[in-house]
Design a protein around this ligand. Sequence first.
Ligand code: SF4
Length: 67
Amino acid sequence: MKRIPVIDLSRCTECQGCVEVAPEVFRYNDNTGMMEVVELPDYPAVLVDEAIKDCPEDCIFWQETSE
Ligand code: SF4
C-alpha cells in the first residue's frame, strides 16, 4: 500500500504555502492555474505532514493507493 498526498482543489486558494514547505512535492501549474502534486515514487512523510498541518484551508490529505 502506497500513500500519496492529494489536494482538494475545490478548497485550495493557491496560497502556495505547501510549495514553501515541500517544493519537491507541491507545485503551481501555470497552465491549469491550479496547484498539483508532483509524481514521485515516494513522498517525504515529514514534509508532507508539515504541509498538511500548515495548509490554511486544511485541504491536503494522504490517500492510500493499491499501486
Ligand atoms: S497550502 Fe493549502 S491552500 Fe495553500 S496552496 Fe497549498 S494546498 Fe492550497
